[in-house]
Write a protein that binds this ligand. Structure first.
Ligand SMILES: Nc1ncnc2c1ncn2[C@@H]1O[C@H](COP(=O)(O)OP(=O)(O)OP(=O)(O)O)[C@@H](O)[C@H]1O
Length: 370
């Protein structure tokens, strides 16, 4: 993948009346990248997508696509196309007519003879070559979604915008469409910008995830970067799950730190070279984060030991989600353990257990408890 930007948002702000939906935002999408805008409802994902697509106009800042300033250009003058959440197919047209519609619009000027070819190619790409003569009403949800994809790619955009493209599908279908989407991205080699509030989908599909909060980008990075090195508790909790423990920094050396939890327990943390680090001095109140899958029941050499009590256990097939409280504490926290490992321990509600977490798996945030 090259790292040439195809889309650049430079200081883009979008307001609706007195409300700012997007605060002075900078974002670059590279050629061929699969980028996902991720965040809870109302954080500004769709607004950002619509600004790239030309469905919204920025109040300030510039939008550049493929080297041209398109800040005030309408959607049809931008080399982008959009797959909408509700597919927006014409029910009275056949699948092939739906897909070809964009090509027959004057602004595209695609010769009639070539149109049929392009429609055929686009339908083949989404595995619907045999469905061209059907009407959308005679298709399943997944097939309708594919038609919407075919219609968006038939004009050969440089950038494909996807607004929650899989949200109308049930879980199983959604998973298989995720694989399709990834394949399509590989085959087309163009830039995808997708909006989702589903973190699993973002982690599975993206080259890069842009996490948004209240109209601002709070962190961007490859899925593994964001998962392993979230900068804030918000990101830690949105990408994966995190147990958060209010604590006080007790001591710090070049390689390790020690924190005291509210119940007096001391946890060591390894400072890992290259990870974002935050300046703090002993006495600073912080939040520690531990991923549920990093808490182990079996002892590990050099690991922190955490005394806890079982509150509940939920069976999830190949793993068990265990709920605990710390000694002298009431706030619940969770561990996800493989079912095979859980069976060797007494895990009835009320049982005391010792949990273990390696110092390298303790995350540290310079934030007070919310
Ligand atoms: N046309 C509009 N007029 C007024 N406010 C709007 C308009 N469009 C969006 N907003 C507001 O801007 C904020 C961001 O909206 P946006 O649709 O970008 O959020 P989102 O992150 O995509 O959320 P969702 O996941 O629910 O679609 C929201 O508070 C929304 O109410």
């Amino acid at each position: 993948m090259t790292s040439r930007p195809i889309v650049t948002l430079n200081g883009v702000t979008k307001t609706y009346g007195h409300f700012t939906a997007l605060h002075e935002t900078n974002l670059e999408l590279n050629e061929g990248e699969f980028v996902t805008l991720l965040g809870p409802s109302g954080c500004g994902k769709t607004t950002t997508l619509r600004l790239v697509g030309g469905f919204e106009q920025a109040n300030s800042g510039t939008v550049t696509i493929a080297g041209s300033d398109v800040t005030t250009s309408p959607p049809y003058r931008r080399p982008v196309n959009t797959v909408f959440q509700d597919y927006a197919l014409f029910p009275h047209m056949t699948v092939a007519e739906n897909v070809g519609y964009g090509l027959s619009v004057k602004s595209n000027n695609v010769p009639r003879a070539e149109r049929a070819n392009r429609v055929e190619q686009a339908l083949a790409l989404v595995g619907l070559e045999a469905f061209g003569s059907r009407r959308p009403g005679a298709l399943s949800g997944g097939q309708r979604q594919r038609v919407a994809m075919a219609r968006a790619i038939v004009r050969r955009p440089r950038v494909l915008l996807l607004d929650e493209p899989l949200s109308a599908l049930d879980v199983k279908l959604r998973e298989s469409m995720q694989v399709e989407l990834k394949r399509l991205h590989r085959e087309l080699g163009i830039t995808f910008l997708m909006v989702t509030h589903d973190q699993d989908e973002a982690l599975a599909l993206s080259d890069r995830i842009v996490v948004m909060q209240q109209g601002r980008i709070v962190q961007t990075g490859a899925p593994t970067d964001l998962y392993d090195n979230p900068r804030t508790t918000y990101v830690a909790d949105f990408i994966g799950a995190s147990n958060l423990f209010p604590a006080t920094l007790q001591s710090r050396s070049k390689d390790t730190e020690a924190f005291t939890l509210q119940n007096g327990l001391i946890l060591k943390r390894e400072r890992i070279a290259g990870q974002a680090d935050v300046a703090a001095c002993p006495g600073t109140r912080v939040q520690l984060g531990i991923r549920p899958e990093r808490l182990r029941l079996d002892p590990v050499a050099g690991a922190n030991e955490i005394e806890a009590r079982v509150v509940d256990s939920l069976f999830h097939g190949d793993r068990v989600r265990l709920e605990f409280t710390l000694v002298d504490d009431t706030k619940p926290f969770f561990a996800d353990v493989p079912r095979a490992a859980a069976r060797y321990f007494a895990l009835e509600p009320g049982s005391p257990v010792k949990l273990h977490v390696e110092p390298r798996d303790v995350m540290f945030f310079l934030e007070e408890a919310r």
